[in-house]
Each structure stands twice: as structure tokens, then as C-alpha cells.
Design a protein around this ligand. Structure first.
Ligand code: ASP
Length: 336
């Protein structure tokens, strides 16, 4: 009788070990999540970023980190987290995305955004939208609610209306500061123009389920010709995510990032050469691009939570929050 009791006890233990209970210790490992942000790269130095501006940028980036954390800490998806963070940065007039975006040569805001899901490789992007308050929501709608990957111009604006996204007057995006610098830059020569700061915003995240996502939103380059599309909304150039490699969001001189397919190039080096995110992103940004004169940087994140944020400009606004299941670490940095 005793023996039967022992056998059934062992049997019950065996069943438990194959059920959800046995995964309890492991699941605590998966309580980890990470969010990494950028607010643009370029000629950013302590000399041209006064302390009040630095404080304002820090608080906007912290707010965006918190918005993403709200999602991730409750077990939400990396896709929802990157959208939450980007919306905060689009609403802030400090960055070149949404409100406060740079202006075309005609003095208008034409906005680009993209999002990609590392689990399914689904992606959505909009280019040259003019009335969508949060272009990242339009990119998300293209991914989730259409059979397409990218929509541009009037068609994208119309699609956003149909999706009942928040619509604003085009003047909403133009801040007095941007208008002032637009008038100033208009008088300078075009070579100087491209040396300006890049203030695009980007986010990459890893959720508790181990899924990666990437998102980027921008007004593009100051004084761009109307209709010009940069790297940010181009899947593989300024934005890419694959659970097999990493999630990437870029900022910099878009034409170089498009020609070098930067985001996917980093992913490919990881996939085919088995390089780390650090090695792959450093090679592309600090060697390949630098040799061509392509200015900018990227934020990268892999499934193990490894972060790389290389840039070949004097500075890049960047911030990350990492929760390893026990404690949280936050870092916000601007300069080299
Ligand atoms: N990469 C963006 C573009 O070329 C600019 C930026 O990063 O600020 O459109």
C-alpha cells in the first residue's frame, strides 16, 4: 500500500514537472523587458545644448520611457510599447517628429514613420503625411488594418482619416522655433543645411514574451524638397526588427542610410556572420557609413537584452530602461 502511495506521489511530481508549474522558475527570467529610445543624432554638444534644454530633453525622454514601461511592465507587447514611447516624443516640440518637425523648402511639415514587428516581420509605414497628429499610429494602422506595408502622401492621409486617427490642421506641426530656424536656414547654402542636427525619434523594445519591435518617426531633413522621403519609413533602411537578430531604429542623413540599407545590414551581419549587435552596428555606423561621410547613428536591441547605440556624430540623444526581473536600470545620455 505504502509503495503504491509512493509511486503515485512520484507520478504526480512527474506530471507537475511537465505542466505550467514547472515553468514557474523559468517564467521569472521572462519578467525582463527593455526599451531603448533615440531623439536624433548630429552636431549635439554641451556647448550648443544649454542646461535648460538638456533638462527639457531629459524629461521628455523619461516620460517616453515611462509610457513604454507602463505597457511592458504589465506584460504588454513591444509593439504597443514602441508606439506609446514614440507618441510622447511626437507630441513634444523638442524633436523632429510630429509637433516641432522640420519643414520642407516650402515651409510645410511632411512626416514619415514606420513600425516593425520582430516576431512576424509584419511592418507598416507612412511617408509625407501632413494631417495625422501621431504619424506612428498611421504606420501601425497600415500594418494592422491594411494589406500594404507603405502608404504615402494624400492616400496615407486619407487612410488615416478612414481609420479615425487623430487629425490636425497642418499648422499644428509648425512651432515658432522651427519657423524661425526655417527662415534662417533658407538664407544659407545647401551644404551647410545638411550639417544641421537630426532630431528624428526612434524606439526599440523587448517584451516579457521575448518579442522585439522597432519604430521611427520624423519630419525628415530641414529644407527637403517636397515629396522627398528619407530612410525612417523605409523598412530595412531606417527601421527593422527581427526576433532572429535584433531591432533597429536609425537617425541621420537619410540618403546614406537608404543607400546602405543600414538597419537590415546590421541584421544581416548578425544573421549571416553571427556578429553581436555591438560589433555589427559599430561596423556599419563607425566604419562603412563614416568612410562615405554618412552621418548618424542607430539604436539596436537583441532578444537577450543587449543594447548598442553607436553614432558617428558628436552626439545622439538616447535613453534606455532595462528591467531584469528584479531591478530597473535607466540611462539617459547625449554626448560622446
Ligand atoms: N533620418 C532622417 C531623414 O533623413 C533625419 C533624421 O534622422 O533626423 O529623413
Amino acid at each position: 500500500m505504502k509503495r503504491i502511495g509512493l509511486i503515485s506521489f512520484v507520478f504526480v511530481l512527474f506530471i507537475i514537472s511537465f505542466s505550467g508549474f514547472a515553468q514557474q522558475p523559468n517564467s521569472s527570467i521572462n519578467k525582463s523587458y527593455v526599451i531603448v529610445l533615440h531623439g536624433g543624432a548630429g552636431n549635439i554638444s554641451p556647448e550648443n545644448t544649454p542646461p535648460e534644454k538638456q533638462a527639457a530633453l531629459k524629461s521628455a525622454l523619461s516620460e517616453a520611457l515611462s509610457a513604454a514601461k507602463q505597457v511592458l511592465s504589465k506584460g504588454g507587447s513591444s509593439l504597443d510599447a514602441v508606439v506609446a514611447a514614440i507618441k510622447v516624443l511626437e507630441d513634444s516640440p523638442l524633436f523632429n517628429a510630429g509637433k516641432g518637425a522640420v519643414l520642407t523648402a516650402e515651409g510645410k511639415a511632411e512626416l514619415d514613420a514606420a513600425i516593425m514587428d520582430g516576431k512576424t516581420l509584419k511592418a507598416g509605414a507612412v511617408a509625407g503625411v501632413t494631417i495625422v497628429k501621431n504619424p506612428i499610429t498611421a504606420a501601425r494602422a497600415v500594418m494592422d488594418q491594411s494589406v500594404h506595408v507603405m502608404m504615402a502622401g494624400k492616400g496615407a492621409d486619407q487612410f488615416a482619416r478612414e481609420q479615425k486617427l487623430e487629425i490636425v490642421d497642418p499648422s499644428y506641426f509648425i512651432t515658432p522655433e522651427r519657423w524661425k530656424s526655417y527662415l534662417k536656414i533658407k538664407e544659407q547654402d545647401s551644404i551647410k543645411r545638411v550639417k544641421e542636427k537630426f532630431g528624428t525619434v526612434g524606439a526599440v523594445a523587448l517584451d516579457m514574451d521575448g518579442n522585439l519591435a522597432a519604430a521611427t518617426s520624423t519630419g525628415g531633413m530641414m529644407m527637403k524638397k517636397f515629396g522627398r522621403v528619407g530612410d525612417s519609413p523605409i523598412i530595412g533602411a531606417g527601421t527593422y526588427a527581427s526576433n532572429e537578430a535584433c531591432a533597429v531604429s536609425a537617425t541621420g542623413h537619410g540618403e546614406f542610410f537608404i543607400r546602405n540599407v543600414v538597419a537590415y545590414d546590421i541584421v544581416a551581419l548578425i544573421l549571416y556572420k553571427e556578429w553581436s549587435v555591438e560589433k555589427a552596428s559599430d561596423y556599419v555606423i563607425n566604419h562603412k557609413l563614416k568612410e562615405q561621410g554618412g552621418e548618424g547613428g542607430v539604436i539596436c536591441l537583441d532578444r537577450k537584452g543587449n543594447i548598442a547605440t553607436p553614432f558617428n556624430t558628436p552626439g545622439m540623444f538616447r535613453a534606455w530602461l532595462k528591467f531584469d526581473g528584479k531591478s530597473e536600470k535607466i540611462e539617459i545620455a547625449f554626448f560622446k
